[in-house]
Ligand binder design. Sequence first.
Ligand code: FE2
Length: 487
Amino acid sequence: MLQKVESEGFLLEAGVEHLITSEGINVDALIEFAKCNDEFIISTELVHRFKLLQEQQVACVEKPVEVERPVFRALASEYPSRIEHLKEHDVSGRSTCKGQVDDFVSLFRDRYRRISSILRLQPSQNAVSSYTGAKRGERCRFIGLVRSKTATKNGHLIIEAEDEHGVLKVFVGKGNKELMGTCAGIILDEVVAFDGQYRDPFFYADSVVWPDIPLNKPKRQIEENLSIAFLSDIHVGSNLFMRDNFERMLRWLGGDGGCARGREIASTIKYIFIAGDLVDGIGVYPGQERELAIQDIYGQYDMLFSLLEQIPDYITTVIVPGNHDAVRRGDPQPRLPAEFVKRPRGNYIFGSSPSLFKVEGFTSLIYHGNSIDSMIASVPGLSYSEPEKAMVEYLKRRHLSPIYGSNHLIPENEDYMAISEVPDIMHMGHVHKNGYADYRNIAVINSGTWQSQTDYQRMQGHIPTPCLLPVYNLKDNSLRVMDFNSA
Ligand SMILES: [Fe+2]
């Protein structure tokens, strides 16, 4: 190993050889990483940094390198943009809410209709039929919208759930420990199926089923070497917005800066998704004015769009709002109003949050993630440090905001938060922490932030991951994360 490192012109710090061997580190990749960083000494610190970034699937660290470069050939510019905005899933211009009781009734009826139809299509182990026509003692299924969960004084569990016929009490015996554990994951207002026996007045459950994603969902790929880059929570206007890093990333998109491998990745980027919190906003939380560099909402958007002008014009950028943006706080949030958009050069599509797009045939679900706080608080095992796990829970439940009352939800006539279509890509932000998962062939991506740690996050002990740009390649399904933290 020593010979290999020295032949490449690097020096090895004392003790590092042992570290590389014991950690099973790929020496070739480490050497490439050192080159990207302009380092000529392989130090313990460099190895630790490399290891950390490898764990985050980071391809290379961006750092301006003052060497002569070949002309940047943007592969993506050689292909037309193939993106369709699926507007039937977008609330923009379609809001029907008048804030009346009927609106809530319509919303929850539509939720029940959408999710129960997914559950009815699911293959069940014993092909159970509905409880409504079942004979006494026959195993059957009850699909209900969960109203309450109560532990009895004897330690059993009673779940009240509602369907189009009324409310049933689902009984889960404490003796069935496995089912009791599964039921801990049931959250209020979601639609689930219970299998078991119906003996009035109780439904005796022996299993619970979520709508989930089909196990046989195929992985989508295309022939062309094209990629999508993911951004969220830029927070322009905040005095913690990391403008220099953001601009370095924008220049990198156009081939300016970075190592050869990074430039190769940049050349494939045909689309950028931005999942909300474009700006820091005004009056989002008490005392926010003290943390603002730009105290005017129009000024914040002006700066954002003048920065985005650096995006090469062959890239199509999709923008949806977040809770800091100048639209209503409640989900679904309509697209950013035209008055805030200083139309920049290039190709932009503005959608609601959530929005659905077909990009090169990939069904892409983009949602800021306003409801993620209530999911993390309600589902055992979830935390802010692993947002991808919360995102997977949304997919299992086929719903982006199941719990009513814990976050702002506008009662539209139809439930725009239901995940009726199975996506190939699910993109969110909001928690300022990058996270990635592959769930049943769905690329699950949380794209972090471009704002450094706020006082509130410091008090909460939340450590954000700013300036990490995930890039998903549509040809080979690889996910690279570009790090723009270094100076
Ligand atoms: Fe944010």
